[in-house]
Design a binder for this molecule. Structure first.
Ligand code: HEM
Length: 393
């Protein structure tokens, strides 16, 4: 199909990459179901995305050539693995991780300069995501730098559509995880009682997990976490700096934080897209799709749809949370949402506790990230902390 189909748009065009959100807004009104070689059928409207999420029989997740547990699975296989995964993000697990989460948030925020400039992505977002991720999995701190470099290369290879590089990166990452498995096996009963060891000892349908399945689960949690949490931190910090009145409101009343975080990340998506494949002929947005056609759900557009949210840029803390597709919906809804929400709330609380003001830097606007990353590649900020040297603020 793709060789001959007319291109409705080019997702990799420089103008699209310069500001994905603005480009998707324009596409949503111009051509809400659009074909391109790179993303195949892109869905921009909330209504169309929700329809896909609710009909997992027509719109399958088996859109990847590689094993991806549980992201690229359909029921009944998907259901078995979801049952295994969900307790890791349940109330008990979250309570157990809460003190570590808070301590890491405070530690990362504590590295802000007393009174000066900071770059939110490299100095806050990436550090927080890497440290919290390794702590959650029980991985050593020496993995922070290789993982940071890996995420960067992975995003570049995805944008380039470089399958060979992506294959190599996947292998490299598998190597990192397998090392963790081997070191735990070598220590036997003395292996640490952490998330990685617990996953290794899980069973599904009465059998032990294969190494491929363990690696895939851990890889998806890592990929889910590193890109989205660091993007979220950058988006949230930039938003506070650009909207001093909301910053003031949140400083005065921290109970507003959970709704404010979900709402800011609704209008400026940390995760841009996910994929599906049709299992039968279907009509969507006036287009007839055959079985086997690939679709891209653009969260960064659906969550700004005027038909649902009115002015997409208006932050309203009393919106109905069910319309917000930040963590998806349906059977693939993000299992890591309780963890992500706790991490981002702790980070923001620590940030507001440690600072008196966060502002943009005149003449140095934030730079938008390129697909597949959401958010920003660079967010220069001026921060005034409560540290002794921060008296000039
Ligand atoms: C702000 C942070 C995050 C955002 C915005 C986010 C968003 C999403 C979304 C929209 C989906 C649905 C994908 C689809 O329908 O195809 C999803 C699925 C998933 N997320 Fe997250 N996520 C975040 C953090 C996390 C974390 C911290 C983890 C784990 C440590 C995680 C693990 C997963 C997994 C395993 C799936 C696949 C679930 C399935 O297929 O059943 N995510 N996420």
């Amino acid at each position: 199909m793709s060789d001959t189909a007319p291109q409705d748009w080019n997702p990799r065009d420089a103008a699209v990459q310069a500001d994905q959100i603005a480009a998707y807004d324009a596409m949503r009104s111009r051509c809400p179901v659009a074909f391109s070689d790179y993303l195949q059928w892109s869905l921009f409207r909330h209504e169309d995305v929700v329809r896909v999420l609710e009909d997992h029989e027509t719109f399958s997740n088996a859109a990847s050539r590689h094993l991806s547990v549980p992201n690229a699975m359909d029921p009944p296989e998907h259901t078995h693995f979801r049952r295994l995964i969900e307790p890791y993000f349940g109330p008990g697990a979250m309570a157990e991780f809460a003190p570590t989460c808070r301590a890491i948030a405070e530690d990362v925020v504590g590295r802000l300069p007393a009174d000066g400039e900071a770059e939110a992505m490299t100095e806050m977002g990436q550090d927080f995501a890497l440290e919290i991720q390794c702590a959650f999995m029980g991985w050593p701190t020496r993995l922070h730098e290789p993982l940071r470099a890996w995420v960067k290369r992975q995003q570049a290879a995805t944008l380039a559509g470089d399958r060979e590089a992506l294959g190599k990166l996947a292998l490299e990452f598998d190597g990192v995880i397998r090392e963790q498995l081997e070191s735990r096996r070598a220590t036997g009963d003395a292996a640490p009682d952490d998330v990685t060891t617990r996953i290794m000892n899980e069973t599904v349908e009465g059998r032990a997990l294969s190494d491929e399945e363990i690696v895939s689960i851990l890889r998806n949690w890592t990929v889910g976490e590193l890109g989205t949490i660091s993007a979220s931190v950058g988006i949230l910090m930039r938003y506070l700096a650009a909207h001093p009145e909301l910053q003031e409101r949140l400083r005065a009343d921290r109970r507003l934080l959970p709704a404010a975080i979900d709402e800011i990340l609704r209008l400026d998506a940390p995760l841009m897209s996910n994929r599906r494949i049709t299992t039968r002929p279907v009509e969507i947005g006036g287009h007839r799709l055959a079985a086997g056609e690939r679709l891209t759900l653009l969260w960064g557009s659906a969550n700004r749809d005027e038909a649902i949210f009115g002015d997409p840029d208006e932050v309203r803390l009393d919106r109905d949370p069910k319309d917000n597709l930040l963590y998806g919906a349906g059977i693939h809804v993000c299992p890591g949402a309780p963890l992500a929400r706790m991490e981002l709330r702790d980070f923001m609380e620590a940030l507001l506790d440690a600072t008196v003001d966060i502002r943009s830097v005149p003449g140095r606007p934030a730079m938008r990230a390129r697909y597949p990353a959401g958010g920003y590649s660079e967010v220069p900020l001026r921060v005034c902390t409560r540290k002794p040297a921060g008296k000039t603020c």
